[in-house]
Design a binder for this molecule. Sequence first.
Ligand SMILES: Cc1cc2nc3c(=O)[nH]c(=O)nc-3n(C[C@H](O)[C@H](O)[C@H](O)COP(=O)(O)OP(=O)(O)OC[C@H]3O[C@@H](n4cnc5c(N)ncnc54)[C@H](O)[C@@H]3O)c2cc1C
Length: 184
Amino acid sequence: MKEANVYDVIIIGSGPIGIACALECKNNKLSYLVIEKGCLVNSIYNYPQNMTFFSTSEKLEIGNIPFVSINIKPTRNEALEYYRRVAKVANLSVNLFEEVLTVIEHKNKSFRYLVETNKFEYYTQNIIICTGFHDFPYLLNVPGENLPKVTHYYKDPHFYAFQKVFPPNKRNYKNSKMQIIRFV
Ligand SMILES: Cc1cc2nc3c(=O)[nH]c(=O)nc-3n(C[C@H](O)[C@H](O)[C@H](O)COP(=O)(O)OP(=O)(O)OC[C@H]3O[C@@H](n4cnc5c(N)ncnc54)[C@H](O)[C@@H]3O)c2cc1C
């Protein structure tokens, strides 16, 4: 019988890669848990609301589960629906809104890693870190950039109409690799 909180594999992040890894664990009868700090496919959820993928939907398919879109290129909303469906159809074990804080390697024979989150502790033989890179802003180290009114995500231009906004200029882009945001 499996001990509570002990897994063959812990997967950090429920982006497309984390979900694909969970499907593989399930197909190979490994005990696993996906731990996600936000909602399912949190990075894609935070993409611009009217975003269209540049890939066609079949290129984004995982686990041989069909991804049908009404257009050649799927939208963010269609992708969110697709990944929800994959998680539901495969009945994946995903803990949402739980952030992994530390991973400590142990010499213990029964498990190799201790994974600490903001809620629990877990023990695992193997760990897959698929935290992506879209969810980590490039900070400029300037005063005020952590204020609640500063956003690192571009959602929708309407919110910024008639407001004073600071889109970084081309030089900043080059120096800081920060995304240039086009306000319409
Ligand atoms: C606007 C836009 C359009 C794109 N269009 C395409 C496209 O058309 N085709 C294509 O192939 N790719 C596209 N991409 C890129 C694609 O979305 C990413 O490559 C993909 O999401 C990467 O998947 P991932 O699972 O590695 O990481 P992510 O999707 O970034 O997932 C990482 C997950 O880890 C979670 N996480 C991070 N830290 C922790 C922690 N400490 N504890 C728990 N969870 C954590 C995050 O919340 C997130 O849910 C696009 C990207 C953007 C921004």
